[in-house]
Design a binder for this molecule. Sequence first.
Ligand code: DAH
Length: 349
Amino acid sequence: MLERLEELRHEGLTAVEASNSEDELREIEVRLLGRKGALTDLLKSLGTLPKEDRPAAGQAANRVKQEIAAQIEVARGKLHAFNLATDLAGDGLDATLPGPKPPAGGLHPLGQIARELEDVFQSMGFRIADGPEVELEDNNFDALNIPADHPARESHDTIWVTPEGDGRGKGKGVCMRTHTSCVQIRALREHGAPLRVVAPGRVFRQETPDPTHDHTFHQMEGLVVDKGVGVHHLLHAMNTLLEGVFGRKVETRLRPGFFPFVEPGFELDARCPFCKTGCRVCKQSTWIELMPGGMIHPNVLRACDIDPDVYSGYAFGLGLSRMVMLRYGIDDIRWLLSGDLRFLEQFRA
Ligand code: DAH
């Protein structure tokens, strides 16, 4: 038995040594170590040995098996390295073959809609304004004529950066901006009147996420200040905007709405672009709440050193997240910032 084992060991190692292809190595593997291989046969015949000899013979056979298997692996490694080296040396390397294709990115649907809207507004003479996401309480609330005791300032609505008692509520706090309306203040203070700007961006609220609320979402604030600006200008801009987005005229209507920074304030609705007689999106009413807006409150103009007796203006707050959801029939806002590729890949432009 041990002699036969030694024979097989010798046979195996010599064959591995002499081999120079994967096929040959594979053949040796099958012939000696495979399910019907010589070594396996030998192991199976252990039962014919006297009982006391079996453990030693079994161990010896396993050692030989492992030794041959190990040598086969070593030979494979060498063969692979050799093949690679010859490939790289010129033979068989085709440097003109296309490489692996990196996955292509795309614009997020929020970015796509923001760009489309920016285009439409720029064509109407607006410029794009920007502001920080961490904002002064004065810009986010006070200068917008929001009273000191307004519930929106409470920490169950606003995410504060300054600790409680540290100036907040007195106009000296710092918070995550709760809307893009604060960019109105920055832009008016920086550029004065006349001015036309839109300001797209992220806003933050203390919110438990559910299908219609998220702690982070997107808005686009718009503002026009000039001499003799009236509600009809606001309506005209909105109609132009809708035509740009939907590629045709869309009917609109105004309802009264209240916001401290506008007087009068409105809710602007658009005729549902998806149906004629009522559908799921417009909740069977054929109207969709599109955005709030209004004529800028004199106190806001004064806070920006603009004389309300000379200038007037309108402002509006477009919900970008809402527009994306409307456009694509997305029923849960949490998809938007989920980062889930299964969702995002559907919007590759
Ligand atoms: N800032 C408001 C919000 O986040 C939206 C808004 C309402 C903006 C009326 C405006 C406006 O400019 O006139 O809910």
